[in-house]
Design a binder for this molecule. Structure first.
Ligand SMILES: Cc1cc2nc3c(=O)[nH]c(=O)nc-3n(C[C@H](O)[C@H](O)[C@H](O)COP(=O)(O)OP(=O)(O)OC[C@H]3O[C@@H](n4cnc5c(N)ncnc54)[C@H](O)[C@@H]3O)c2cc1C
Length: 374
């Protein structure tokens, strides 16, 4: 590998790395995106595809505001990606529903969302729907559901198209994407990062670590910390059905092609990304309880993938004071936050102001070990 003229090296070709790399390229930076091969652990290729606001940041208003800003930026972000790359990421943002199976759950949800709205000075859009209002909004919901919350900013996308669009956009702006290039060493000489991979070496004055679970190890090498650990989610996909669900819900969404995606477990099982019968049965049973018409529908695919989790579930965006020019970025809502990562976060890394509301997202706040992590 060469390295001449590279302004920034981004490690990790998942949704975080690709969004930041494209955002930097839009600033005119020459960017190399280094990634592993197809056998790597990649949340970006196994997620559920929601742009989701509801409930995010309960107990942490800055995270709620950061999420809201990203969701609001999504339409323009998707449009720009389409204009630059010709790829439609299939954003649908009609609002989303989160169901409550009984009165108590409904009331607790209402209290949580009211508290969030209060913390955000009223700037937090949601509605609590009783059973009748919910069925008017979403007729196929079954009798087991007591009600729902609704947020007009919730939506969904095709996450694989999103990844493809970001990478295509990066290449279109002169960046390079280098798969099978696992980073094995990082050295700093004269303010320049020299990065060794299994295929060679490259160098740049800016280094962004966006390597998902790999950040845990890599961050230490530039004086940063990323105590992330894995959390498994399993997802089912049904055969194609005639359109019946015109808005996403927290666990069930119908894609543009008619398949119904059903998610997703949250399991602390270390680095095991397999599917299991018990979880698949539980996921299917919950979906049928909410949408009885899914009983008898064929499941055609299932997978497990590992979330990249910090102990408190909040992101880490940090610049190294020990190694100026090095950054680490990690979060567990890389679809939702893609617009903010390609926009405000990339602007900061390119030399601008740190985005509002992100000042607390540094590793120093974390003391407990990450779930599933060492
Ligand atoms: C089941 C599931 C459901 C989800 N649902 C949603 C959702 O609905 N909405 C939402 O917003 N988010 C969702 N997410 C989260 C979202 O997928 C992630 O936040 C997003 O993919 C960003 O992850 P990442 O880029 O940090 O990590 P990854 O996607 O894991 O990418 C990290 C990349 O870094 C590479 N890498 C690691 N080490 C090295 C190294 N040493 N050298 C080079 N490359 C390296 C890996 O190969 C990988 O490609 C879900 C995740 C899962 C698992």
């Amino acid at each position: 590998m060469g390295g001449k003229g590279t302004d920034a090296i981004v490690v990790g070709g998942g949704l975080l790395g690709a969004a930041i790399a494209w955002g930097l390229a839009r600033h005119g930076r020459s960017v190399r995106l280094l990634d592993e091969g197809d056998d790597a652990l990649r949340a970006a290729r196994g997620n559920f595809g929601l742009v989701w606001v509801q409930g995010k940041g309960a107990g942490c208003p800055p995270y709620a505001r950061w999420t809201l800003r990203s969701a609001a930026a999504w339409p323009a972000f998707a449009r720009t990606l389409a204009e630059e790359t010709g790829i439609d990421v299939e954003l649908r943002q009609p609002g989303g529903l989160k169901f409550a199976l009984d009165e108590r759950e409904w009331r607790e949800r209402a209290a949580t969302l009211e508290a969030l709205r209060f913390a955000l000075d009223g700037d937090y859009p949601f509605e609590m729907l009783d059973a009748a209002a919910m069925r008017t909004r979403c007729p196929p919901v079954g009798p087991a559901v007591a009600g729902a919350s609704y947020c007009p900013l919730d939506g969904h996308v095709n996450p694989l198209r999103l990844l493809r669009a970001l990478v295509t956009g990066l290449i279109g702006r002169g960046g390079t994407v280098e798969p099978e290039s696992r980073v094995t060493s990082i050295a700093v000489r004269g303010g320049v990062f020299e990065v060794g991979t299994v295929r060679g070496r490259c160098a740049a004055p800016v280094l962004v670590l966006a390597a998902g679970l790999g950040n845990r190890e890599l961050a230490r090498r530039v004086g940063l910390r990323a105590p992330v650990g894995p959390n498994r989610g399993q997802i089912l996909v049904t055969e194609r059905l005639a359109p019946f669900l015109d808005l996403p819900t927290e666990f069930v969404r119908q894609t543009g092609e008619g398949n119904v995606q059903i998610g997703d477990s949250m399991e602390d099982v270390g680095y095991d990304d397999r599917t299991t019968r018990d979880q698949m049965a539980r996921i299917a049973e919950r979906a049928v309880r909410v949408f009885p018409r899914l009983a008898g529908v064929d499941v055609v695919r299932a997978w497990g993938a590992l979330r990249v989790m910090t102990p408190d579930g909040l992101p880490i965006y940090e610049a190294s004071s020990e190694r100026p020019g090095a950054f680490v970025a990690t979060c567990h809502s890389g679809v939702t936050l893609a617009a903010a990562h390609a926009g405000e976060l990339a602007d900061w890394i390119a030399g601008g102001e740190r985005p509002a509301d992100t000042g607390a997202f540094v590793a120093a706040r974390l003391r407990a070990p990450a779930p599933g992590g060492a």
